[in-house]
Design a protein around this ligand. Structure first.
Ligand code: DGT
Ligand code: CA
Ligand code: CA
Ligand code: ZN
Length: 573
């Protein structure tokens, strides 16, 4: 949606809300709401409409509204807006965002109980005064309380797994709609971004109205924000709160152009459009145009072909040099899930995992891996059932026995050894020397010389991989104070491997740092750190990070065959 359409729509909505809060009802309120809807639904930029004095050609915009739009575009202000909101506490508008709380109720709370904001509202719910207002009652209040709790949970962006699962469930249901021919997720989810704000779904098909109806009647939809003839925005209830999903129904002739546009990122789109302009072309969500003539639009690839570029994978579309690389024919051939032959960091019941070695093996064989590493925690990770040196040696004996009888699938003898607060490893070298793979990581002393300790581990000839190098937990913990440039430089010097931890709450290294590691000739390893069979499919999230980091299969040691990996671990080549 053009930026000014969006801006003006929210201004008109706020006017409607404000005058309703002040007691206005009827057609004036409706007129402002209708104008807001019309601006959202319009395919044309309100700026152009205003310039060409065509505002009133849009249904829902009369002369009064048109004048106000013009005033706002010309001066950056709208008198009616300022007048409408004056005297109203800002907190009232935030309350209106809650489901089950309309202007009439907010007004009642404001006038009778001096409720100015969400905090006041929570207080009056807790002390029972809200429920005792006329027309309120316990049931209504409990609905409002649930909305507050949901909206507090929804404040943050979604983890990649939640976004992927939500999109999948919406798409799965709509796929049964005979009206729909194509359906796919776009936006940040398609780019594999580590967190997702809202879900953008594009479809083609007949009877768009029916498709919208089908979409908005999904049983998990809690609120319909907008529902037009070719698009709709709704809030779904998920485990973590209310999440926005946008659906757009596109004409088949524009599907590629729309997919390109709504996949973003915004930065990538802007760069692509300016390249097109230099070639006398205009790219929009409807197609690629030379003057009035559409020269492409059906497929995404054709959009890129128009500006003499090869197809650019969604994960690369972040305006981080992908357009220049594409122009020079230097795009990397990105690693894919199907290239992965192993998962090299996982836990079983022997330490803090949920499943047995046998169960993890069976699950990994189903994934067509040829080998895995079981990496239990070490001695001082007592909280996580860390293995004593003896226990680790007995585990290795069992692995040797398994491998002696196993064809086409090997378990690597391995550990996830703690880098202790003193900077030493948690097992003596003679124990580590028996292992095929040593994964080292920090689990304690987050503030104690982390860079030095990690670099010391990298210098130990027995160490291969540093797991989750920054220790961040997305949205929860910043990560250690670590000098990653120095870690990467040290890893490069000693031919060591850095992990992309595929757990959706870690994704550590992230895309930016994994790319820097590659540029410094450091190999990466994508691992799930699974603590149960069902965690093994997090690999796909690690792959997305790797692709966003421009990695090819040659950068990722999980793509090596068993023998090549074992040789690499021994010799560094
Ligand atoms: P999110 O939802 O915050 O994780 O990020 P996105 O990238 O999914 O952003 P969203 O949902 O606001 O919009 C989806 C795509 O639509 C976005 O990646 C690029 C395109 N888009 C949206 N607004 C604009 C805009 O104002 N200008 C341009 N060039 N593209 C836009
Ligand atoms: Ca989005
Ligand atoms: Ca969106
Ligand atoms: Zn682990």
């Amino acid at each position: 949606m053009p930026a000014k359409n969006k801006e003006l729509a929210s201004i008109f909505t706020q006017i409607a809300d404000a005058i309703e809060l002040k007691g206005e009802t009827g057609f004036k309120v409706l007129a402002y709401r209708r104008a807001a809807r019309a601006l959202v639904d319009s395919a044309e930029d309100v700026v152009n409409l205003d310039k060409e004095s065509r505002l009133e050609s849009i249904t829902g915009i009369g002369s009064g509204i048109a004048r106000k739009i013009h005033e706002y575009l010309a001066t950056g202000r709208m008198k009616k807006h300022q007048e409408a909101i004056s005297g109203l506490p800002e907190g009232l508008f935030a309350m209106l965002e809650l489901q089950g709380l309309g202007p009439r109720t907010v007004r009642l709370l404001y006038e009778k109980l001096k409720v100015n904001n969400l905090e006041d509202l929570k207080r009056t719910i807790a002390d029972g005064s809200a429920a005792s207002l006329p027309g309120m009652g316990v049931r209504k209040v409990s609905t409002i309380l649930k909305s507050i709790q949901l909206s507090e949970k929804s404040g943050k962006r979604m983890f990649l797994n939640e976004a992927a699962e939500l999109a999948e469930s919406v798409i799965h249901r709509l796929k049964n709609d005979p009206n729909i021919s194509n359906i796919t997720a776009a936006g940040s989810l398609r780019r594999g971004k580590e967190t997702v704000g809202d879900i953008d779904i594009l479809t083609t098909g007949k009877n768009p109205k029916e498709i919208v109806k089908n979409f908005t009647s999904h049983p998990s939809v809690r609120q319909i924000l907008a529902a037009g003839t070719t698009k709709a925005s709704v809030l779904f209830e998920t485990r973590t709160g209310l999440r926005q999903v946008d659906l757009r129904i596109i004409d088949a002739s524009s599907y590629g152009a729309a997919l390109q546009y709504f996949t973003g990122s915004k930065g990538h789109n802007i760069a692509l459009r300016s390249l097109a302009q230099k070639k006398g072309l205009k790219i929009s969500e409807y197609g690629v145009f030379r003057g009035k003539k559409r020269v492409a639009g059906k497929t995404e690839k054709a959009v890129y072909t128009c500006v003499n570029l090869p197809y650019i994978e969604p994960e690369l579309r972040e305006d981080r040099g992908e357009i220049e690389a594409a122009a020079k024919g230097k795009l990397p051939r990105l690693v894919e899930l199907k290239n992965i032959k192993s998962d090299l960091h996982m836990h079983t019941r022997q330490s803090d995992g949920k499943n047995s070695v046998e169960e993890m093996v069976a699950a990994c064989q189903k994934l067509h891996y040829t080998h895995i590493a079981i990496t239990e925690h070490s001695v001082s990770a007592g909280y996580a059932g860390g293995l004593t040196a003896d226990e680790l040696m007995r585990h290795c004996d069992r692995v040797d026995r398994f491998n002696a009888h196993s064809k086409g699938f090997k378990i690597l003898k391995a550990t996830e050894v703690d880098i202790t607060t003193s900077g030493k490893l948690d097992y003596p070298d003679k124990i580590l020397a028996r292992l095929d793979l040593v994964v080292a990581s920090i689990h304690q002393g987050f503030k104690k010389n982390v860079t030095e300790r990690v670099c010391a581990a990298l210098k130990n000839p027995l160490v291969h991989i540093i797991a989750h190098p920054t220790g961040r937990l997305i949205g929860k913990r910043e990560g250690y104070d670590i000098d990653l440039d120095k870690v990467i430089e040290t890893a490069a010097r000693f031919r060591k491997i850095l992990e992309i931890n595929a757990y959706y709450g870690r994704l550590d290294l992230n895309d930016i740092w994994a790319r820097k590691a590659k540029q410094a000739n450091v190999k990466l390893s994508i691992n799930t750190d699974a603590h149960a069979v069902k965690n093994l499919d997090w690999m796909k999230y690690g792959i997305l990070v790797a692709r966003r980091a421009w990695l090819t299969r040659n950068d990722v040691i999980n793509c090596l065959s068993t023998s090549k990996l074992l040789k690499f671990l021994k010799t560094g080549i």
